[in-house]
Design a protein around this ligand. Structure first.
Ligand code: 8YV
Length: 327
């Protein structure tokens, strides 16, 4: 039998995924789940055929330039590949794959949860009760904003954006989106979605804005201080994509001054650090990057990683190869 490829996994993965990986490959697991230091990464890259990193591993051009001859495939556990300099990897003959498709619905669910939590004050209300401060109902107490009939503006109409649009439609929201190009007429019709070529114009008209695009050099601070100022005072911003797409400091300042109504954030610009101003605000819901965090989703992601490795090792193009022109 052919020698099994050496695969190094940088973080603890779900048990069934690790079991399967051990059956198929010569797998080195990270049993204690400590994030790897850059030196650990360089060491790992020198000793394996396949590296399975996650968002907590930064594979920038400097680190990649120290990769060994043996490494052939970087099979990212995650859809977003902004942790990897894909162009540099490819120049060095390294193939990069990701895990798209399997976390679409889970991430859209969490986005919807943030929209509902931020507009209907769900977390604030729960905290009132749990801290023993519910002293009785009142007609004017804990009022949020109605969701039905409002405008949802989606920035990035890929798989997750479209899955969010379906949910939004079911909740009675009208669907608007900004994307590099319009979706197909069939999808636009199904979602009754309005395309805004101008992000600025869309922002000025929305009640809720959701970030669902990848973080690339082109989307860094797409919601800049200038663009955030275009939002209406009652607008709510949610982000389950990447923190870098919003100028977090500018957002925190606007929320603190009441210039926009609220925010629901699952991702941060300097993760896991969070702008301290955000932590003190009552009108924000903050989650710890858990968009794809379901038992089923993480197993599906692991299975995608396995299929990518196996296909590559069998000499074929892995199904989820990422190339720079896709980004
Ligand atoms: C993960 C994600 O939490 O897939 C992504 O892009 O952000 C999440 O699914 C993380 O990236 C895993 O590496």
């Amino acid at each position: 039998a052919a020698k099994k490829p050496k695969v190094i996994v940088t973080r603890k993965l779900p048990d069934p995924v690790e079991t399967r990986m051990r059956e198929l490959f010569d797998t080195e697991l990270n049993v204690d789940d400590r994030p790897m230091s850059p030196e650990d990464l360089v060491d790992a890259m020198g000793r394996c055929d396949v590296l399975v990193p996650t968002i907590t591993d930064r594979l920038d051009s400097r680190i990649l330039s120290r990769a060994g001859e043996r490494l052939k495939l970087i099979a990212n556990f995650g859809a977003g590949v902004d942790n990897i300099d894909v162009a540099t990897a490819n120049q060095r003959g390294l193939i990069v794959t990701n895990t798209p498709g399997v976390l679409t619905e889970d991430t859209a669910d969490l986005t919807m949860s943030l929209i509902m939590a931020a507009t209907r004050r769900v977390v604030e209300g729960a905290n009132v009760v749990q801290s023993g401060d519910f002293h009785g109902w009142s007609p004017t107490w804990m009022l949020g904003r109605r969701l039905w009939g409002k405008r949802l503006g989606i920035i990035g109409m890929g798989r997750i954006g479209q899955a969010l649009a379906r949910r939004g439609k079911a909740f009675g929201l009208s669907i608007h989106y900004h994307n590099r190009k319009p979706v197909s007429p069939r999808v636009a019709e199904e979602l009754e979605a309005t395309y805004w070529e101008s992000l600025d114009q869309m922002l000025a008209r929305m009640d809720i804005v959701s970030i669902n695009c990848p973080h690339t050099p082109a989307t860094y601070h797409l919601l800049s201080a200038r663009r955030l100022k275009l939002l209406q005072p009652h607008a709510v911003v949610v982000n389950t994509a990447r923190g870098e797409v919003i100028d977090e400091g500018a957002l925190a300042n606007m929320l603190a001054r009441g210039e926009i109504a609220g925010a629901g954030l699952d991702v941060y610009e300097h993760e896991p650090a969070i702008n301290p101003k955000l932590l003190k605000l009552p009108n924000v819901v903050l989650l710890p990057h858990m968009g794809s965090a379901t038992v089923e989703g993480r197993i599906d992601m692991g299975e995608k990683v396995i299929v990518n490795i196996k296909t590559f090792m069998d000499g074929h193009r892995p199904p989820d190869r990422v190339i720079p022109s896709m980004l």
